[in-house]
Design a protein around this ligand. Structure first.
Ligand code: F6R
Length: 642
């Protein structure tokens, strides 16, 4: 049984959940727990002289699990000699030695580092002819059956609830087969393939039936991005629209998830519905705002009956009547709104989000990519500058991999044409452009950019970032390009945060000695660039904590292009007029390489300026629905106390 010290919920509190679900503090602890269960099983089988039949998954989710299994092999002598593995799936068509193949993934992450026998490894073959597939799939299943079935099946989960590549609509008794990939799946995979058009449309997958026949199933999921589908799979109805929900009917399945992926489960999201809780201010605010929004009533219109009928009678008993609670929460929310993100000089600041003093603050805005500053807090950025603060912006990474090849080719060819026209001889400085043009014209899909091309792509983004910062009104010396080394791998996969990244970040903070730091607090994707950039800031701030200037430094977190803070979490909301919304749009337009279809579009087809406008308008609408003033748009921040 998988146990987590971070999850104390009992059966009663889990009563909305229809499958065993264990929540871990983070994906590292969770992966270790799963690795331990697998190791115990392998050893148990060894002691009985039996094979251990494992069903394995690929994708970002099991990376930590495989790393831990490799560690157990290397450091604790866990042997894989009795393991026979069957992978869930493979793209079709796919050459096994392609950088995108699951064969390569498995070899690099696990098989090359442990003593599993090569003949015991099975991964669907992506290079069969179409005619061969059906017989191959039958044989794949027959082999599993002949070995007595899968002992333990490892699963990830797709954004649509797929398991393996059994997409929405797959039947519970579906067989191993060739399937067409769902649009959502292809969009998620497109970040690895460098664009949707290069992403395969089909795959071979183990059917749901064989997954359900496994003696034990462990499904893992990390990050807020998976939280909605986890709720649907764990608490929703069993439906073929969400194939992971079939596991509710499995006799020995466990969902192993981290805190962020659990955030929408009833016991986490609205715990007052499952148990008697200690009402903290935070919890009361969340419950009351949730109540007002779900009943479509302004806060001040909520009645005692509304509280009682919606599972909040103990809050009413504690701190009621409704009017008292309403007023208290309304005032709290009201106080988050400020047009003075740097503090209002000479004003009573006891109930304002920011301090009045010093009237002129040094503000340091960290932007993970070259456009996050303007997309996520462009209105606040401009206000800080206009209100006379000394505003600095620091672009943490070059963002070079998000520039399309044709864009880079256009710039490089421009320089080459110019040189040719004016008879400028190739020098070391101009040679890189010729080399880049040559490379880009002949680049194959799976090829990684040469450093010259990466440099040009980085330059394009640098130019755009500078244009935005100048548009906001910053002098050149307040624009900093950090080019953190963790990012510079040339591939989607980034290095983990290193000492050098932290040092660069610390040096900049020390140089500026800011009163305010703004940082992108996106935690949706545990492997994403934003998370690493945030970790670098957190670590730097912690290490600098004892320095006297840090006593005056406040850290405000904004959210990136992908999501917004929960309405109950917001501690500072900066309103924008229609004119300011338009101005921000023009600031975002400076990022021309990120317009009109970007390399990493994600599942959202809107352009970044549209996402930003929609999101800022939605925040303002929520405030309005709650009965507060109605603005055109709002940017939201949460303070991080270190
Ligand atoms: C991979 C597989 C898929 C993934 C799922 C989640 O072998 O079968 O079902 O587990 O798409 O992918 P990640 O882990 O990348 O979020």
């Amino acid at each position: 049984m998988i146990k987590s010290s971070a999850d104390k919920a009992t059966g009663f509190e889990k009563r909305f959940e229809n499958v065993d679900t264990v929540v871990f503090e983070d994906s590292i602890a969770a992966s270790k727990a799963v690795a331990n269960e697998i190791a115990e099983l392998i050893k148990l089988k060894q002691s009985k002289n039996e094979n251990c039949i494992l069903g394995l998954a690929t994708g970002s989710t099991p990376k930590g699990l495989y790393a831990e299994l490799v560690r157990l092999h290397k450091e604790e002598g866990l042997s894989f000699k009795n393991v026979i593995s069957f992978n869930l799936d493979e793209y079709y068509p796919m050459e096994p030695d392609s950088v995108y193949s699951y064969v390569r993934f498995m070899n690099e992450r696990l098989f090359n580092h442990v003593d599993i026998l090569p003949e015991n490894v099975h991964i669907p073959d992506g290079k069969l002819s179409k005619e061969e597939i059906s017989a191959y799939c039958n044989a794949y299943e027959a082999k599993i059956e002949a070995l007595g079935g899968i002992d333990l099946q490892v699963l990830g989960i797709g954004g649509n609830g797929h398991i393996g590549f059994n997409e929405s609509g797959s039947l519970q008794n579906s067989k191993t087969r060739l399937v067409a990939l769902d649009h959502i799946t292809r969009v998620a995979a497109s970040k690895d393939f460098g664009g949707l058009d290069k992403t395969p449309r089909t795959a071979i997958t183990l059917g749901v039936k064989k997954i359900m026949e496994a003696k034990r199933v462990v499904l893992m999921a990390w990050g807020e991005g998976k939280s909605n589908i986890i709720k649907a799979s764990v608490e929703g109805q069993v439906t073929n629209q969400v194939p992971a929900s079939f596991l509710q009917e499995h006799r020995n399945a466990t969902f192993v998830i981290d805190k962020s992926a659990s955030s929408k489960l009833t016991r986490i999201d609205t715990p007052w519905l499952v148990e008697k809780i200690e009402w903290t201010d935070k919890m009361a605010r969340k419950a009351v705002l949730g109540l007002a929004l779900s009943l479509k009533k302004p806060i001040l219109m909520l009645t005692d009956a509304d509280y009682i009928e919606n599972g909040m009678s103990d809050l009413l008993a504690d701190s009621g009547p409704a009017y008292d609670i309403n007023i208290k929460i309304f005032n709290k929310v009201q106080q988050t709104i400020t047009g003075w993100p740097g503090g209002k000089p000479n004003a009573d600041d006891s109930k304002r989000p920011e301090r009045a003093e010093p009237a002129k603050k040094r503000a340091l805005i960290f932007s993970p990519h070259p456009d996050d500053d303007i997309i996520s807090m462009g209105g606040t950025f401009k206000r800080l500058q206009e209100q006379g603060h000394d505003v600095h912006v620091a672009y943490q990474t070059s963002g070079n991999i998000a520039v399309a090849d044709d864009e880079a080719l256009r710039f490089a060819a421009f320089v080459c044409d110019y040189n040719e026209k004016f008879g400028i001889k190739s020098s070391e400085a101009t040679l890189i452009y010729e080399k880049a043009v040559d490379f880009l014209k002949n680049k194959k899909d799976s090829e990684i950019d040469i450093p010259e091309v990466r440099y040009i792509k980085g330059l394009i983004r640098k130019g755009e970032a500078r244009a935005t910062a100048q548009f906001v009104g910053l002098p050149d010396e307040n624009i900093h390009f950090m080019e953190l080394p963790f990012y510079e791998t040339g591939t989607i996969e980034k290095n983990p945060i290193g000492e050098e990244d932290i040092k660069i970040t610390m040096d900049l903070i020390e140089e500026i000695k800011p009163h305010q730091i703004y940082a992108a607090g996106d935690l949706a994707d545990p492997h994403g660039t934003h998370k690493v950039c945030l970790d670098a800031i957190f670590e730097s701030v912690k290490r600098l904590k004892e320095k006297p200037f840090m006593d005056d430094c406040w850290v405000w977190l904004y959210r990136g292009a992908w999501q917004e803070w929960g309405i109950d979490e917001i501690e500072m909301a900066v309103p924008m007029s229609p004119g300011q919304v338009l101005e921000k749009r023009h600031g975002i337009f400076k990022h021309q390489s990120q317009k009109d279809g970007v390399v990493f579009q994600g599942s959202d087809s809107r352009e970044f300026w549209q996402r930003a406008e929609d999101r800022n308008r939605e925040t303002a609408e929520l405030y309005h629905q709650l009965g507060l003033a109605h603005y055109a748009a709002m940017e939201a921040f949460v303070r991080w106390i270190f």
